[in-house]
Design a protein around this ligand. Structure first.
Ligand code: SF4
Length: 433
């Protein structure tokens, strides 16, 4: 018997933030989920495994359970006594929690950074350099007749992206796959490339060269080479012709562009190519954001400080200088002396030298699940899972805000990120007065 049917739930896995999930709940358990892809189904199936249910405090090589009040008090004390704390994560939580994190960072005088500094950060720097011709995914669905995925493999990383918004979507003005051209540029024949009308396999780390050659071809300049990025120049000109010939094109880029040689310069070139194309036709560009609220995290950082990631508040005003003020920079210099990690696992995902530095300082981690980072922490505070056990605002990859629904009750005594951040902030304010 279905006790509750929740329609239009937002999926909190990838940056597509699909908001059409129908979730059946029986006896407090998720029984069935409609419209979910394999990644989303896996989340619904495994959300309760490796769960942390009580606040933990380190004792020697192990942990002892502690009260929520004591965990908050000790966390506040650690942050207030720290000279230069780093506050990291913020992409797997709500915008409301991010806003509280920024207030906390200002109070304790630390660096606050989010996951985009190690994924799409170069894209954000490129946008600051050049500007962006953007749109919503709804416009893509209804109007785009050419889709170009560059260094991105949505079949595996964003499984419903093509069906909901691009090549396979049924749009208002472009209604079928036959009416859309799908092009993939990548260093290997990915699952997405196998579905493409045209696949351009390029040499690794040669995106900048190809983008620059495409700009030459689009602008009617001669390319004085026989090959570019491993492609015969005729293929480059053919690709440029396809881009010019569409009525409404969109370039979706992934980490294959932002994290290969050139980084933000690749994005300068891609954004400039799209600007050049707009002299001939309508062309737009969008990042394929990974975590479900990395876009929201960038938005809230920018509203509050003026900058999207890697903000140093230790001098009492926001300072932003990627290469100096991101988590990688402060860890590499060995400067931070405490860290608050919210909904992230940097020990598993940062380069090992930086992870080793993190392990040497007191870590406070707020997370629903046991991870390598919680295992290395001084204090662990369990949290509710947003989009499943708590509400909150998240931003889809195209910058559209969505309100997550609460589907289940969190485990007894487990608070939401917003409740935890509010309590931590209150305690820090008490200690500072
Ligand atoms: S594509 Fe992404 S947001 Fe959509 S259901 Fe799958 S994991 Fe969730």
């Amino acid at each position: 018997m279905i006790e509750v049917l929740i329609r239009g739930a937002v999926c909190t896995v990838c940056g597509c933030c699909c908001d059409d999930l129908n979730v059946e709940v029986t006896d407090g358990r998720v029984e069935r989920v409609e419209n979910a892809c394999s990644l989303a189904l896996s989340k619904f199936k495994h959300y309760s495994s490796e769960r942390i249910l009580k606040p933990l405090m380190r004792v020697g090589n192990g942990f002892k359970e502690t009260s929520y009040k004591e965990a908050i008090q000790e966390s506040a004390r650690l942050l207030v006594n720290s000279n230069y704390p780093v506050l990291w994560g913020w992409c797997l939580t709500s915008c409301e929690a991010v806003e509280l994190g920024l207030e906390l960072a200002e109070l304790v005088g630390g660096v606050i950074d989010n996951n985009s500094s190690v994924c799409h950060g170069p894209g954000l720097i490129g946008v600051q350099d050049i500007g962006i011709s953007g749109c919503s995914l709804g416009e893509v669905k209804n109007r785009a007749d050419l889709i170009l995925y560059w260094g991105s493999n949505p079949v595996n990383a964003h499984p419903r992206h093509m069906a909901r918004y691009t090549a396979l979507a049924k749009g208002r003005f472009v209604a079928s796959r036959r009416e859309r051209k799908l092009i993939v540029v990548d260093v290997r024949r990915t699952e997405t490339a196998k579905l493409a009308d045209e696949f351009y396999q390029i040499e690794p780390n040669s995106d900048y060269e190809l983008l620059t050659a495409l700009r030459c071809a689009v602008n009617g300049e001669e390319i004085e080479l026989s090959t570019v990025s491993g492609l015969p120049v005729e293929r480059v000109e053919e690709l440029a012709d396809a881009l010019i010939s569409c009525r409404f094109g969109v370039l979706f880029y992934g980490l294959g562009l932002t994290m290969t040689y050139g980084k933000s310069r690749n994005l300068d070139a891609a954004l400039s190519l799209v600007r050049d194309l707009n002299r001939k036709t309508k062309f737009l560009i969008m990042p394929m954001r990974g975590h479900f609220n990395v876009t929201g995290s960038n938005e809230v950082f920018t509203w509050v400080t003026g900058y999207p990631f890697g903000v140093d508040l230790s001098k009492g005003y926001p300072e932003y200088n990627p290469g100096i003020t991101t988590i990688s920079d402060v860890l590499r210099r060995g400067e931070c002396d405490a860290a608050l990690i919210v909904a992230s696992d940097p020990i598993a995902h940062l380069p090992s030298t930086l992870a080793e530095t993190l392990k040497k300082i007191p870590l406070i981690t707020i997370d629903p699940h046991r991870t390598p980072t919680t295992e290395a922490s001084q204090i662990v505070i369990p949290s509710a899972i947003i989009g499943l056990e708590s509400t909150g605002t998240v931003y889809r990859m195209d910058g559209v805000p969505l309100e997550c629904k609460r589907i289940l009750d969190p485990p007894p005594g487990v608070k939401t990120d917003v409740e935890i951040m509010s309590d931590l902030l209150s305690r820090v304010k008490e200690l500072l007065t």
